[in-house]
Design a protein around this ligand. Structure first.
Ligand code: 2U9
Length: 344
């Protein structure tokens, strides 16, 4: 019996030594120390022993069982340590490695330019009014002093959906709607950004769908100098404090007088270059004093109220600011183009 126990211990030692994973180790524990294991068998056989042999064998059986138990524990600790080491090794992060750049989206350049203009005018007390892109002929044309047969309508080739419904050709209809909603009571200070549509063949400088930002300020005693003041603040905010502006006479059916605003060239400072085509000046937007017909048609008494309005193309501003040659870049979602203006 004694030999059997010692033999068992040796056998257990060998098994434990060769065990290289916790499963095998568990099997050894069950095989040797389990209820059906040889140690248990020995202990069950104690009854057949003499009363001299019983304590010796009993003690030895316990010693062998504990020895095997200790062996298994030590081996389990060793295996777990090795597993942890391997795990730590496999999960080791080389903190000196550059991080994986998380692909983040960014604001579309046009959205950034529009927000920059919005922030400026909100700071000047204007509020942002956004209107429907599918518009009624009345608000898109008649309310803006462009009666049914007015030739200027052809200047704005339109996408008509029905006789009286079209894709708006400018954001001005939303200004007419806002004036109307004020029921002849000023002040009205709004800017209207948004998509507009013109039946145009797309090329480097024209797109059938483009953006506009228009502005309107109607109150008692609004003068052209107020318009010039606001446009000067706008020009310096968007193109640099050293910019100068100049107003040239122009014509729009919905403003009288009408002007176009130029800024001094931000590339050559006015000496003449390819950006300003040698003129030293760059045209940025159109503007004027709101035509009395437009005020009247929207419920304002032009003998009491006056106002100024302006309109610009955000694409043009972005193309000037960032030297972009082709307006279609804004709409073709080419990530190589868009990524250049991350955080613009
Ligand atoms: C109301 C009264 C007046 C809006 C105006 C312009 C001048 C203008 C152009 C800018 C770029 C069109 O897309 S563009 O080519 N617009 O120059 N827009 S004054 O005048 C209004 C609008 C609404 C009630």
């Amino acid at each position: 019996m004694k030999e059997k126990l010692l033999e068992l211990r040796e056998k257990a030692l060998e098994n434990v030594k060769s065990a290289d994973d916790l499963k095998k180790l568990q099997d050894i524990r069950v095989n040797f120390l389990g209820k059906k294991g040889p140690i248990t068998e020995v202990l069950k056989g104690m009854g057949k022993l003499t009363k001299e042999e019983r304590p010796v064998i009993g003690q030895l059986a316990n010693d062998v069982r504990n020895a095997i138990g200790t062996l298994i524990e030590e081996k389990r600790a060793e295996i777990e340590a090795r597993l942890l080491e391997r795990k730590l090794e496999s999960e080791k992060i080389d903190v000196t490695l550059p991080g994986r750049k998380v692909q983040t989206g960014s604001h579309h350049l046009l959205a950034s330019v529009i927000r920059e203009v919005e922030d400026l005018f909100i700071g000047l007390g204007f509020s942002v009014a956004e209107g429907p892109e599918v518009e009624e002929d009345y608000y898109n044309f008649e309310a803006l002093n462009l009666p049914k047969d007015h030739p200027a309508r052809d200047m704005q080739d339109s996408f008509y959906i029905t006789e009286d419904i079209l894709m708006r050709t400018h954001t001005s209809p939303m200004q007419a709607r806002t004036l109307e909603a004020h029921k002849g009571k000023g002040p009205v200070k709004i800017i209207c950004p948004g998509k507009v549509y013109r039946r145009d063949n797309d090329d480097a400088t024209h797109s059938h769908q483009f953006m506009q930002i228009e502005g309107l300020c109607v109150d008692k005693n609004i003068r052209l100098s107020d318009l010039k003041g606001v446009l000067t603040v706008f020009a310096k905010h968007m193109f640099g404090a050293e910019r100068e502006i100049r107003l040239r006479p122009s014509f729009f059916p919905f403003t009288e007088p009408s002007v176009e605003m130029d800024i001094s060239c931000f590339r050559c400072g006015g000496h003449g270059c390819s950006v300003c085509k040698g003129t030293g000046w760059i045209e940025i937007l159109g503007a004027g004093m709101v035509h009395p017909n437009v005020l009247r048609m929207s419920g304002f008494d032009p003998s009491v109220y006056t106002g100024f309005a302006f309109g610009m193309g955000p694409e043009r501003i972005a193309m000037l600011k960032y030297g972009i040659e082709d307006i279609r870049h804004f709409y073709t979602d080419d990530i190589r183009f868009l990524k250049q203006f991350d955080r613009a």
